[in-house]
Design a protein around this ligand. Structure first.
Ligand SMILES: Nc1ncnc2c1ncn2[C@@H]1O[C@H](COP(=O)(O)OP(=O)(O)O)[C@@H](O)[C@H]1O
Ligand SMILES: N[C@@H](CC(=O)OP(=O)(O)O)C(=O)O
Length: 475
């Protein structure tokens, strides 16, 4: 295999699967043109949130309910809700009643199977020798796999109905052998499949010894995708999204105001994922980079547009590429005795690591260390408690804030920090903090949460909409 591409479809686009059939998946392709592609699919939008927990709000899904409940049956209702949402999702994209019926039967079988497994697990764990807490990771894995098995199954049905030789490749390990590595799981499942004459539709979730969820957590389908591309030496790895990878969120600043990136590099992709904007899962980017497989991000609904190529190359000229932002919490530790004493930073990092808190950025002075983190207030309370035990005389606080960021492969000579602050001020708004590192690939503005959106719009206007490409500084 060398001539094929490996292509991933995210959840948001999967929810419009019928439109994808008429654009990306089939469109005007015929005969051999339909093949030479391996698709890796995510669950339909929102399904993984219902199975595990909401990606943004943290609201518990089946997993969260099962993990929390001692005897209550909250997770049963949650599982019913996922089943209903799955049926709703496929009923919206499949046309033929027979396909809808088969997909519904598939959902019922898998949901009932998972339910029985969880009931048995809870029963076994009612004996003192077995602890539910020791099986939570496997439970999380079992539940995750339901979403992608469903979406891949539905995709195959839709394509087969349209006369395409599509093949369901289920990596979810359903009732199968659990003792294989990710590589063995992928290669084993592809054995005997010729992607030049069949269209493999592969589940974004892959059950494996390493534990896809425990190692990579949410966004895992990109990990399966990147490994599949690397292992099969794909010609190109392509991520299909709802929009082009754009200069800002099209839903926020408007589809007409944003520009397609066209070209960027892994450095920018790393900064984006640090800002919670998953252009690509950082571990997936690493796999592709190391395997020397080029990565492309496209708009799933515009299959003729080449989209954005991501590689290791520096920019030809300095320019702002993306404006983005996220909600953060500022964890501040102020201690007068800190001056000249080492070790505070290391101790704080230790506590943050223990509580699995993701650090977005940091700033410090003589007696204050501030970490800007992406975490819930609940976990910050635990962090604060641990820190006040270690530093009883320190003043420790967590404050909910937001951060806007201006990112580009090369921002040299553009005075982004200064011009960004002016743009914010001209909007009648104010930044609480701002910083730019000497490597000059991003500028960060710390803000009150309620002004994040207007600030992103103002920054986008200054750096993208009002900036004619011709006056950008030449390299
Ligand atoms: N710079 C950006 N370019 C494109 N989409 C963005 C950007 N920033 C945020 N988004 C948002 O990301 C959302 C989800 O994108 P997509 O990657 O298609 O979803 P999924 O993760 O389900 O594949 C889009 O609906 C869009 O609003
Ligand atoms: N659906 C899974 C897997 C995934 O990667 O989805 P998406 O490609 O929609 O982010 C999740 O939300 O974690």
């Amino acid at each position: 295999m060398a001539e094929h591409t490996v292509e991933k479809i995210g959840g948001t686009s999967m929810s419009r699967l019928n439109e994808l059939r008429d654009t990306l998946l089939i469109g005007d392709r015929e005969g051999a043109d339909l093949y030479g592609r391996i698709f890796v699919v995510s669950a339909f939008g929102g399904i993984t949130n219902l199975l595990l927990e909401h990606k943004k709000s943290g609201e518990p899904g089946v997993y969260g309910q099962f993990a929390e409940s001692d005897n209550s049956h909250g997770w049963h209702d949650a599982l019913n809700r996922v089943g209903d949402a799955m049926i709703e999702a496929h009923s919206a994209v499949l046309d033929h009643p027979a396909d809808i019926q088969q997909a519904t039967d598939f959902v019922r079988t898998r949901i009932d199977g998972a339910r029985n497994c969880l009931i048995d697990l809870a029963r076994v764990c009612s004996y003192g020798h077995f602890r539910l807490s020791e099986h939570m990771l496997q439970t999380r894995e079992l539940l995750s796999g339901l979403g992608e098995a469903h979406s891949a199954f539905v995709t195959v049905q839709m394509l087969q109905r349209a006369g395409v030789d599509a093949r369901f490749v289920d990596l979810s390990g359903w009732r199968g052998d659990g003792d294989v590595t990710l590589e063995e799981r992928i290669l084993g499942a592809l054995e005997g499949i010729d992607p030049m004459t069949e269209l493999p539709i592969v589940t974004g979730y892959a059950q494996c010894k390493e534990g896809l969820m425990s190692e990579f957590d949410r966004g895992y389908s990109e990990v399966t995708f990147s490994h599949l591309a690397a292992l099969t030496h794909a010609r190109e790895a392509i991520i299909h999204k709802e929009f082009h990878l754009s200069s800002a969120d099209p839903n926020l600043v408007g589809q007409d105001a944003v520009r397609k990136l066209g070209r960027t590099n892994y450095d920018v992709a790393d900064q984006l994922s640090n800002m919670g904007m998953e252009a690509i899962h950082p571990k997936a980017a690493k796999t592709l980079r190391q395997a020397d497989v080029p990565l492309r991000v496209t708009n799933a609904f515009e299959p003729k547009d080449p989209g954005t190529l991501i590689d290791d190359q520096p920019a030809e000229a300095s320019a702002v590429e993306i404006v983005t932002g996220l909600d953060i919490i500022a964890l501040e530790l102020f201690e007068q005795d800190m001056v000249g004493v080492k070790g505070y930073d290391a101790t704080i990092l230790d506590v943050l690591t223990r509580h699995d808190v993701r650090i977005v950025s940091k700033v410090s002075n003589a007696n204050t260390i501030t970490h800007y983190v992406d975490a819930s207030l609940k976990s910050m309370r635990r962090v604060e408690k641990d820190l006040s035990k270690l530093y009883p005389s320190a003043r420790i606080s967590s404050r909910t804030l937001a951060m806007a960021s201006v990112i580009g492969r090369d921002l040299n000579g553009l005075s982004c920090l200064q011009r960004g602050l002016v743009a914010i001020a001209e909007e009648g708004l104010e930044a609480i903090g701002a910083s730019q590192g000497p490597r000059n690939v991003d500028v960060q503005f710390v803000l009150e949460r309620e002004i994040l959106k207007p600030v992103i719009k103002a920054l986008h206007r200054t750096f993208i909409e009002d900036e004619a490409p011709a006056i950008r500084k030449a390299a």
